[in-house]
Design a protein around this ligand. Structure first.
Ligand code: ZN
Length: 243
């Protein structure tokens, strides 16, 4: 990312587009981006064991494909996870960093993904920025289209937050940290708020952007043991905003 893009991203993060005050109720969400098939076939099993429903941010262009050794979801996976009560969110169709795309291209990409998802869910309510890349323009573009927008900037969502760029705790192998998860849980337990996790594949040999089954299992158990319940993003949003 060049300096201009870094600066644009920094400015976008500092300037909320949809600022809201969260309640002091504690809630958590587990989210999978793109999403690799193992997020459902293996990740879904772990979620089921904990009786947790998650959010799968779906990039339509990845359906049925295998790239760089990672096999992605197919349409039967979408039907399966919906039947299990999980949420399908939008992650763009072409999975490009949105600040790189001119607004007419964003319009076409949003239309394509909406068309792809329509037979499964009608209209997606939750969106995650591919690569977490944002600009003020693209935050403004997606804000009226979805109830919440998630980035990948690390942090917990507490007090005054930007629903156009919710923070997450990454469970990706490249940065997974039990200490970071515990610190986030402690903050939410003390003052309430919305704890959002994100990852991609779930595997004993995960990609840099994925998580092992043990790491996912440990995290879910740890949050539950702290008395914090999990909900998909669209439902957690209502809890987080409830007075
Ligand atoms: Zn992605």
């Amino acid at each position: 990312m060049d300096i201009a893009r870094r600066l644009s991203s920094l400015v976008a993060r500092k300037l909320p587009v949809r600022p809201v005050g969260l309640s002091n109720r504690a809630v958590a969400s587990i989210t999978f981006d793109d999403f690799p098939k193992s997020a459902w076939t293996l990740g879904g099993l772990i979620l089921a064991r904990h009786q947790i429903r998650g959010t799968y941010y779906t990039a339509g262009g990845f359906c049925g494909r295998t790239m760089d050794g990672i096999t992605y979801y197919d349409e039967s996976d979408l039907r399966g996870l919906l039947a299990a009560g999980h949420e399908i969110g939008c992650h763009g169709y072409s999975h490009q960093p949105t600040p790189w795309l001119a607004t007419p291209v964003l319009v076409e990409d949003a239309r394509r993904n909406a068309e792809f998802l329509r037979p499964f869910i009608g209209q997606a309510e939750s969106y995650a920025f591919p690569f977490g890349a944002v600009s003020r323009r693209t935050k403004r573009f997606y804000t009226p289209r979805f109830a919440s927008l998630r980035g990948v900037h690390p942090g917990v969502n507490q007090g005054r937050v930007d629903l156009s760029q919710l923070c997450t705790i990454s469970l990706e192998a490249r940065c997974f940290s039990e200490r970071a998860v515990d610190a986030a849980i402690a903050r939410i337990k003390a003052k309430g708020g919305w704890l959002v996790f994100h990852t991609h594949d779930v595997s004993e040999t995960p990609s840099r952007f994925g998580t092992t089954p043990d790491q996912l299992d440990w995290t879910l158990a740890r949050v539950k043991a702290a008395g914090i319940g999990f909900l998909p993003m669209r439902e957690a949003l209502k809890v987080a905003l409830a007075a």
